[in-house]
Design a protein around this ligand. Structure first.
Ligand code: NAD
Length: 262
């Protein structure tokens, strides 16, 4: 049986009022963790409270825009005041934009690198000192199959996710003497709002139905022709936060239906 470290541990999950982050938050709540939520959804506070009520855990919500370093600092200060020190950090917030390099807008490049990579550096920087002092920490970066392989038209996303895998390895080495592990989780396609938007856009640009885009453009990469479930990613994160995972560090774990095996 996988035991969570303690019923009173606190996890901060960025981008957790939608999609994968919300799935991860629900699994940690089920395991008894207090949850610091973050996201830009208008009903974020309500979503957080509903999860807290359903599982009987304490919750905190921050609408911090992670493109601003000062907002990240404030979010972590407030979360720590309300729920105690962050034991587990899940860097999940991310965005996507798809265009050939010659047409890729510079501001989209900056935003994707800012959110998918630099924000994870800033959150990690804010929690490392306290984790070192307490001799325990778990840092989980939600990268992507695109942290390990490339696809055309996703220059910023692929660069950011490869960078995030690199940051994970450095964090693992620096954390190792202090009971801190760092790992990257690398999902294939997951049916979330981020992917739904791509399906709609690609159906228009390829003149296909949404079903055709799913089968011929997306799941064509997976050997197992299914979307990854958010709760499966959540369960993996809870395991990585457990005592049993103390020697799993510096890894990039594909959850991609065999995409990376090809
Ligand atoms: P999503 O769009 O459903 O959720 C993204 C979350 O990030 C939302 O809560 C949103 O409010 C938040 N966010 C966006 N910009 C923000 C900002 N500036 N500041 C704070 N929060 C912000 O997306 P998702 O599909 O759940 O993706 C979550 C993570 O998983 C991303 O890092 C994504 O790259 C990664 N991922 C997704 C897939 C997939 O197929 N959906 C596959 C591999 C990796």
């Amino acid at each position: 049986m996988l035991l969570p470290l303690s019923m009173s541990k606190t996890v901060l999950i960025t981008g957790s009022t939608s999609g994968i982050g919300l799935g991860i938050a629900r699994e940690f709540a089920k395991a008894g963790y207090n949850i610091a939520f973050n996201g830009l959804e208008n009903n974020g506070a309500k979503i957080a409270q509903e999860v807290g009520n359903e599982f009987g855990v304490k919750v905190f919500f921050s609408s911090a825009n992670l493109l601003q370093e000062s907002a990240i600092e404030l979010m972590i200060q407030e979360a720590t005041q309300q729920l105690g020190p962050i034991d587990v950090l899940v860097n999940n917030a991310g965005m996507q934009f798809v265009a050939p390099i010659e047409n890729f807008p510079g501001e989209k490049w900056n935003a994707i690198i800012g959110l998918n990579l630099s924000a994870a550096f800033h959150t990690t920087k804010q929690v490392m000192g306290s984790m070192k002092t307490r001799g325990f920490g778990r840092i989980i970066n939600i990268a992507s199959a695109h942290g390990l392989v490339a696809s055309e038209f996703k220059s910023a996303y692929v660069a950011a996710k490869h960078g995030l895998v690199g940051l994970t390895k450095v964090t693992a080495l620096e954390g190792a003497p202090h009971g801190i592990t760092a790992n990257a989780v690398c999902p294939g396609y997951v049916d979330t709002p981020l992917v739904r938007n791509q399906i709609t856009d690609q159906a228009k640009s390829h003149n296909m139905t949404e079903e055709e885009v799913i089968a011929k453009v997306m799941l064509v990469k997976h050997a197992v022709k299914k979307f990854v479930k958010t709760e499966s990613l959540g369960a993996l994160c809870v395991f990585l936060a457990s005592e049993h995972a103390e020697l799993i560090t510096g890894t990039a774990i594909p959850v991609d239906g065999g995409w990376n095996a090809q």
